[in-house]
Structure formats: C-alpha cells, structure tokens
Design a protein around this ligand. Structure first.
Ligand code: SF4
Length: 342
C-alpha cells in the first residue's frame, strides 16, 4: 500500500515517486542543532514556578479591563514578558532544544518561513541508524530534548530510529507538528513521544484551503489533538523543563483574529484546557509570502494579537505568550549555514 501517513493520503509508493510532501522514502534532514527559541520549558529552563509570562499577562489583562489606558497596559504585558525571558537567558550556559529539522512538509503553507526545506531541496538523506546517531549526538551536546520538527512524513522511519537507541536516549522526545495529522499516525508515534508541540492553525475550511491547500485542516487537527491528549493527559514539568505533555501552538495571522478566537473557543468546549498549555504566537512575518496573497503582506497589529490574547485569558487558557516585537525573520534558522550541523 502507498503512503497514507497524513491526511493527504497520497497513496504513492515513495520509493518510486514523491507525494505532496515532496519526499521519497529516505529520511532527509535539513539541519540538526541546539535551538534556543522554542517555547519556555522546551528550550529554556524556567524557574520552578514557571509560566510566569502568562500568569503576569493574566493579571495585567484583568487590570486592563478596569483601566482606561489600554496602550500602557499592552506595553506592560510585553515588557514583563521580555523581562522574564531576559532573566531566564542569563542563567542559560548550554542546553536548548535538540532540534532536527526534516526536509519536506505535508502541509505546505503559502507563507512558510522554512520554504527552503519545505521544497525538499535542502538536506541530506540519511539512514535510520544515522538519524538515531544524530539524536544521541544532540543529547551529548546537552540538549534538553529531541525536537522532531515537521516529522509527519517520516513518522515510521523515526519510530525505527528511536527503537534502535531507546535504552540510550534519556531525554524527552518532542513531536513538533503542523497539526495536520491522522489520528492513527498520532496513535503510532505516541509509543515513543513524550511531548506533543502541535500547531492549531486554522478554524475555517475556506481559510485553510486558501493558505495551506487543506480544507479539512481543522477536522483532522482537532481529532488528532484529542489523540495527543489521550497519550499525554497531563503536563509534567521538572526543574523548569517540560518532560511530558501537550502544547497547542497558535500563530495569529493578519486579518484572521476572529478565526483564532474560534479555535480557542471550540477547543475549550471539546477539551479540558487545564490539561495542556497554549502557546500564543505573534511572530508572523510576511517576507516569505508571495505577493498574490496581499492581505498577508503585513505584520499583525498589537490590537489583533492583544484581542486574541485577551480572549484566551478570559476562557482560562494557561501557557505562553509572546512579545509582539518578536515578529521578525531573525527567528528563522539559517538552513544554508553549516554551523552546528551534525
Ligand atoms: S506523508 Fe507525504 S506522501 Fe504520505 S500521504 Fe502525506 S503528503 Fe502524501
């Protein structure tokens, strides 16, 4: 039977031809590195009472409701977040997330920041044994976890690699996905994944069709999210680092704050929001988006991010927020650089 790893269900024999993800049947890795800019508790060690940024955001948003000067309070939220991050960074000497960026992607967003690797042109084909070796090398370098970035189309190969080194790997495995997953694939990877770091990108089928060619995105993302929570029903943090759990990551897009809010509301109706963390991101950058999607050719505004954040707080989500000034391409790893390539 051909490849049915993701909702595209291409059904192709990947040893002969490539599916929507642009990948054949060999694992292809664009880069392996210590990555310092994932969520707190994944790539930075937080103080024992973690989630400070969000807790402070909650307090400040409540204050905002009663104050007239909303602009000042918006600044206060971001400044507090920034201060928290700076104080954490000062304590960091090494560590970070042991990120392995896989070439290809089964979703393919028009505004993709990692366009170079989405196409599959960048990267080295390696065996399952070599992938296992990369994981051990990252562990030796001091990585807090093995962070499998865009792993869906290699899920079966990754499972084989992990089984080779299962008794040697002492750090958690993070499955860092676009969220466009089949529930049965999530069930399979749940055997070795400790942390699911999953996007929840769109609510509307029209929007997901337009920007990711996937009108069924939310249908599958929501179902698969349920499977992730079944596998990891509780967040476990030790010494400021996440060991187990689920993080739902959402990037606010220009003009789509209402779609963002619908996601937050629907997920809160269907799942126990105290059982996972939300990561609400503002780092959308338009420079990778083709001109024909003119409505996406701008940064999000403070109003857009703040309104989604306020709704998240109102609903009762717990997790991480982002300083809106971080909407820059500086956060995109340079895949042409050989630095830290293993
Ligand atoms: S993993 Fe790739 S080939 Fe397989 S179904 Fe998904 S897009 Fe198609």
């Amino acid at each position: 039977m051909g490849c049915m790893l993701c909702p595209r269900r291409c059904g192709v024999d990947r040893s002969v031809t490539k599916g929507f993800c642009h990948m054949g049947d060999k694992v292809k890795v664009a880069k392996a590195m210590l990555h310092m800019w994932e969520e707190p508790s994944i790539s930075t060690r937080l103080p024992e009472k973690n989630d400070i940024a969000h807790i402070e955001a909650k307090k400040l948003c409540k204050k905002q409701e009663s104050d007239a000067g909303s602009a000042d309070n918006t600044r206060a939220v971001t400044e507090k977040s920034e201060n928290t991050r700076v104080s954490v960074d000062k304590t960091e000497k090494q560590g970070g997330s042991g990120a392995i960026f896989f070439s290809g992607c089964s979703l393919g967003c028009v505004y993709c920041q990692n366009r170079d690797i989405r196409s599959g042109d960048i990267g080295d084909e390696i065996s399952e044994e070599e992938l296992a070796k990369k994981m051990l090398e990252l562990q030796k370098m001091g990585a807090y976890n093995i962070n499998l970035v865009t792993p869906t189309h290699f899920a079966d190969k990754i499972a084989a690699s992990v089984s080779i080194i299962r008794d040697k790997l002492k750090i958690p495995i993070v499955y860092n996905t676009s969220g466009y997953e089949l529930p049965e694939t999530i069930e399979r990877v749940s055997e070795f994944v400790d942390i699911f770091l999953t996007d929840m990108k769109y609510f509307s089928p029209e929007v997901s069709a337009k920007y990711s060619f996937a009108p069924d995105y939310y249908y599958y993302a929501k179902k698969s999210f349920g499977k992730m929570l079944e596998a990891q029903p509780k967040v476990m943090i030790k010494d400021g680092l996440m060991k187990k759990g689920v993080i739902m990551r959402h990037l606010v897009l220009p003009g789509l704050r209402k779609d963002s809010i619908k996601i937050l509301e629907d997920v809160s109706i269907n799942y126990d929001i105290s059982s996972f963390r939300l990561s609400l991101m503002s780092q959308y950058t338009s420079s990778f988006c083709p001109d024909k999607y003119g409505e996406l050719k701008r940064k999000i505004t403070t109003f857009e991010y703040q309104s989604v954040l306020e709704r998240a707080v109102e609903i009762g989500y717990d997790g991480y927020m982002q300083d809106i000034s971080s909407s820059t391409s500086l956060y995109t790893p340079d895949f042409s650089s050989q630095t830290q390539k293993l």
